[in-house]
Design a protein around this ligand. Sequence first.
Ligand SMILES: NC(=O)c1ccc[n+]([C@@H]2O[C@H](COP(=O)([O-])OP(=O)(O)OC[C@H]3O[C@@H](n4cnc5c(N)ncnc54)[C@H](O)[C@@H]3O)[C@@H](O)[C@H]2O)c1
Ligand SMILES: [Zn+2]
Length: 374
Amino acid sequence: MTRVTIALPPRPYDAVIESGLLQRAGEKLGEVFSGGVGDWAAKAGGKRLFVVTVPPVRRKWGKKLMGSLATAGFAPQILEMPDGERHKKLATVERLAEKLSRLGADRTSAIVAFGGGVVGDAAGLLASLYMRGLDVVQIPTTVLAQVDASIGGKTAVNLRAGKNLVGTFHHPRMVLIDPAVLATLPDREFRAGLYEALKCGVIGKPELFRALETVDLRDLRRDPAKLEWVIAESVRLKAEVVASDERENGLRRVLNLGHTIGHALEAETEYRHFLHGEAVAWGMIAAARIAAAVESADSTTARRITNAVRRVGPLPKVEVRSRNILRLLQSDKKTRNGVVHFVLPREIGKVEVVNDVPEQFVLEAVDELRRLSK
Ligand SMILES: NC(=O)c1ccc[n+]([C@@H]2O[C@H](COP(=O)([O-])OP(=O)(O)OC[C@H]3O[C@@H](n4cnc5c(N)ncnc54)[C@H](O)[C@@H]3O)[C@@H](O)[C@H]2O)c1
Ligand SMILES: [Zn+2]
């Protein structure tokens, strides 16, 4: 078992990572809601938990979670939302809130977000709004949510005008990460999340990067100890960054490595062509190339990043026009005062924020992605 503390005042919280943890979810939640170990079963009695999830996750893992919660003395109830990014919207949150109210949820109730990043974001927002704020526990079930989305307290839903435009900061009381639930995740989703772990390696965990640049994906999926370590290292990185800059004023921006161009690729293809992690994967290759061009990193580092990304598996082709990407960047939310910020690698484990990248280098980097797609 690995425990990583997200050291945020006034209430630090833990991410607990262990294969098979889902079966002990009740016990863990007992620790949170009774203020310590001990006779938690008795004290948990009656605490009302509302588990927000989507049908695929409920079908595969719902029984295990609900059984564990019930055994621990909780009175859990399931609230389903429809699956998919397009349901990450205010209407869904409103519907869930109406359901909470019909079921008699009150200030002492708690929300359990049980699913991928979509559930985590929507249920997190629900928890932050319902009766001005309920406790939430995150139980992420995708790689992306386990290494990234469940940590850091950001909640959000999409508007027609763009992704994540309505949201709050609402940190969970605890994050329970069970790598075993990833067994049912489709390969493509698994890989997409792994790019975010690779990103953590480049930002500040050279050992993680080294492990991932030589990893055999099938081995990793079958090796609980290794998987637990990869997730834990990523969570550690995110925890360190978040604790030093909760609201993304400075340091937290390093987490956007690969996201400047990644977001533009997603937007330009109307969020239909790439999974988020896949767009970030291409974005990291572009960032590596730009880093070499502006001599932030040497060409060996750039090549290592590119190779590590491509080794994870096939990526959907980049067929967009470089000019369109550039135009999108200029309207991206990471643009501050008209400047496009790039997070660029310096070496494996070190990045910097650069805001004067010549347009030419950006265009060339996107051209390179198209070339690699051929
Ligand atoms: N809050 C943050 O800091 C943060 C960070 C990164 C991403 N996000 C958000 O996360 C979302 C993407 O999350 P995601 O990639 O997890 O997508 P997702 O939540 O849509 O999950 C992907 C698919 O996998 C299915 N699934 C989930 N767990 C499964 C399991 N164990 N077995 C089989 N199928 C399973 C889901 O039903 C869904 O169909 C985006 O909306 C993004 O904005 C938030
Ligand atoms: Zn991301």
